[in-house]
Design a protein around this ligand. Sequence first.
Ligand SMILES: Cc1ncc(COP(=O)(O)O)c(C=O)c1O
Length: 369
Amino acid sequence: MSKPLTLIRPLVQGLHAYVPGEQPKIKGLIKLNTNENPYPPSPKVLAAVRAAVDSRLRRYPNPTAANLRAQLAKLHGCRPENILVGNGSDEVLALAGRAFVEPMPKAKHDSPRAVMQYFTPSYSLYPVLAEIHGAAKNAVLLNPDFSLPSVAELKRDKEWNFQAALTFITTPNAPGGRGYPTAELEKICRAQKGVVVLDEAYVDFAKENALKLALTHPNVLVARTFSKAYSLCFQRVGYCVGAAGLIAALDKIRDSYNVNGLGQIAAEATLGDLKYYQANFKKIIATREWLDRELTQLGFRVLPSQANFILVRPPRLPAAEWLAKLRAKKILVRWFSASEVSDYLRITIGTPAEAAALIKAVRVIARSS
Ligand SMILES: Cc1ncc(COP(=O)(O)O)c(C=O)c1O
C-alpha cells in the first residue's frame, strides 16, 4: 500500500504555535493576564464605531488605511509613505519577517540572510514567527536583570549576530517591563547590518520613545499598536513607522484589505481624542507605582517597569502555585514556563479597585502558606 499523502507541510506539523493568554468567561474574574487596558475606549471612539455600523459594512474598507495613515503621519511628523498599518502590530511583525528574511533552505542555515534575532526573554511571538517563516532563530539572553546589553557586551557575546537580516527589540520589554534608553538602542541599530524592528507596543507608559530612530536610520522600523494604551485590542490595529523603502516592501506583501473598516474608524477617532487616553496613562502609571510599593512590602521582588504590567518574583511559594492560588480567588495573572522567567508572574495593571483586590488576595495567600 502506498504511504498516506502528507497534506500538511512538515514545517507546519512541527510548529509550536503561539499561546495567547486565556480569555476565560468566569463571572467576576479580575483579568490581569493579557495587558489589556482596564479603561474603555473614549466615548467619542465608541460613538464613531456605532455610527459606522450601517449598510457600508457590505463595502470593502479603504485598502491603504489612507485617512489613518495621514493622521498618524501628522502625529509623528513624517509622511504617509513612512507608515504601514496592520491587523494589529502582530501582523506588522510577521510582514517584517516575510519581507526581510530569506527562509531556509534558500538561504543556508548559517547565512545571516536567514536569521531572525531577538532577545530573550521578550515577546514570545518572535520565535513562532521565525518558525512559521522557516527562518533561523537567534535568541540572545538579556542581562540577568533583563536590562539591555551594550554594543560592547554584544560584541563579546558570541551568540549575537550583527549581520542578522532582522532583529526584534521590545522596548519597553515584555515581560520584563524595562524601558531601554534611546541612546543605547541607537547604538545597536547603527551596529546592525540588517533591519531592526523596535517593538514599542507599551511605549505610552514609558519615559521615552525611540520613534526618531525610525525616521533617521534607513534600517529601523518602530512598531506601535492601538491595543494596549488605546484600549482597542478587539479592533486589531497596529502600525509601523520607517524609511519609505522599507514601508513600500511591507506594503507589497500585505493582504489587500488587511485593516478592517471599523478598526480604521476606531483608530482615527482615537487620534482625535488623545487627551482622554493621556489621562488614562497617568492613572495606570500611578496604579503601577502603588502596586510596586505594596507588593515590595509583601516580600515580592518587583522589577522596574515602564509598561502597563509588572514582572514580580513572589515569595515563599513557586510562581506557578501563586498563579493557581490567585486564580482560585478569581484573579488571573500570567505565568510563563520559559526557564528565564518561570520564577516570576506578570501582572497587568488594572484599575485601583482591581489592584486593591489583588493585594487583599495576596495577603490572604501569604498568611496561609
Ligand atoms: C511586545 C508586544 N508586541 C506586540 C504585541 C501585539 O499587539 P497587537 O495587539 O497590536 O497585535 C504584543 C501583544 O501582546 C506585545 O506584547
